[in-house]
Design a protein around this ligand. Structure first.
Ligand code: CO8
Length: 371
């Protein structure tokens, strides 16, 4: 059985960035216009006025200071409140595939191997641009990779589920190298008119090259990868191919991201702590001696709590990496951005944890050791 290795990672960051102040100014302009347009209904008690958002609240409640997005102008136009993403012809790369290819090229260059050794491409992300042909096959074609490719969606846990799938392909001999891409255009499915969630997400793409030991120069041995799911309605997106068949009409709000943020916080944090500690013990790893945590980036208070419990002390900022201040929640890509940006100082033999958690619920733990 071959030992799977994370040989390299890559990152693509869209050039547009929106600060909390910019986002809140646009939201509050939208709210003022909405309340003015509906003043009569509000005065008659038929409609509740919308409340303004606050940059201070956003930073305190989530740790988010800004987010990168594929299109800033549409999101910040109070008359539009969503990114403007023009359709492309079938002869052009789709936007999701384009972002994935850019992250993949970064990862492949860092790996330095031969793309002909890649036997599979997995696009693991929380929103696919279309049902078919698979985005992964489009990426495979653009990069000139042979073998097979497919899409998988496990919301925020897509990347760890992708790593586990790639590692299993390596262990079983199905492929010698697998490319996992995580293009996330979260702004496309975010309701920028919803005060509770308009600040949560950003756009980005990450890529991971998982190989057998013979194809990696250094890199990170995957000591173990474990997955868990547990059904919950607390994070939902009801967008889907049957929407158009509903005789009562499509409806709007629940066809975008919706969540019960407090409940998610309360239920997911203990689930993830238990999962990390149990998996570490099964691998013979002392969780309190992990060199680094690269956790899913949804909320800084969640990560502080998980870090304290797992390491059994208050982690330093170097030990518990936070990137959501700049990127916000980038769904599956968050823990991979953290890993990508903060692993170059590891000594051979040191161990860290990549961990995701999110809608489903779903969670994944990937313990890695520097080679
Ligand atoms: N500005 C000012 N005040 C606000 C705002 C705002 N924008 N929003 C809410 N408030 C007010 C509320 O009205 C409330 O006021 P009051 O106390 O008077 O009623 C008060 O602030 C507190 O509101 P909340 O209880 O909602 O605030 P929280 O402290 O819980 O913080 C968070 C909200 C930040 C959302 C927090 O609950 C959180 O982060 N929870 C965890 C969420 C999480 O991890 N979710 C994971 C989902 S991501 C995932 O799985 C990926 C899905 C696929 C991605 C698809 C892309 C779109």
């Amino acid at each position: 059985m071959s030992q799977p290795v994370i040989a390299a990672t890559g990152l693509y960051v869209p050039p547009d960035s929106i600060s909390n102040n910019e986002l809140v100014a646009a939201f509050n302009d939208y709210v003022a216009a909405f309340n003015a347009d509906h003043a009569a209904d509000i005065a008659a008690g038929k409609l509740t006025p919308l409340l303004p958002s606050s940059a201070d609240f956003i930073e305190k409640a989530s740790g988010i200071k800004s987010r990168h997005v594929v299109d800033k102008t549409g999101i910040l136009d109070p008359k539009v409140m969503r990114p403007a993403i023009p359709e492309r012809s079938n002869d052009e790369l789709s936007l999701l595939a384009e972002m994935a290819v850019l992250a993949a090229r970064d990862a492949l260059a860092r790996w330095g191997g031969d793309v002909r050794d890649i036997g599979a491409v997995i696009c693991a992300a929380s929103n696919m641009q279309r049902p078919y042909p698979a985005i992964a096959i489009e990426v495979q074609n653009a990069l000139g990779v042979s073998g097979f490719a497919f899409d998988m969606n496990v919301a925020c846990s897509s990347a760890t589920f992708g790593i586990k799938t790639a590692a299993d392909f390596i262990s079983s001999g199905s492929a010698k190298a697998v490319l996992v891409v995580n293009p996330e255009i979260c702004s496309g499915h975010l309701n920028f008119c919803d005060r509770d969630s308009h600040f949560i997400f950003g756009d980005v793409a990450t890529a991971i090259v998982v190989t057998d030991e013979t194809l990696a120069d250094g890199g990170w041995s995957v000591l173990g990868a474990r997955l868990k799911t547990q059904f919950s309605n607390n994070i939902r997106n009801n967008f889907g191919f049957l929407n158009r068949c509903a005789p009562e009409g499509i409806g709007a709000a629940d066809k975008l991201f919706v969540q019960e943020g407090r409940k998610v916080f309360r239920e997911v944090v203990p689930m993830v702590i238990d999962m990390i500690i149990a998996h570490a013990v099964d691998l013979g790893v002392d969780p309190t001696r992990l060199t680094r945590l690269w956790l899913h980036q949804a909320n800084i208070n969640m990560n502080d709590m998980i870090g304290r419990k797992v390491l059994d002390r208050v982690p330093t900022p170097q030990e518990n990496v936070i990137i959501l201040d700049e990127f916000a929640n980038t769904s599956s890509a968050g823990s991979i951005i953290a890993f990508h940006k903060a692993n170059s100082d590891f000594a051979v033999g040191e161990t860290g944890l990549i961990c995701s958690f999110g809608a489903g619920y779903s969670a994944g733990t990937v313990f890695v050791r520097k080679r």
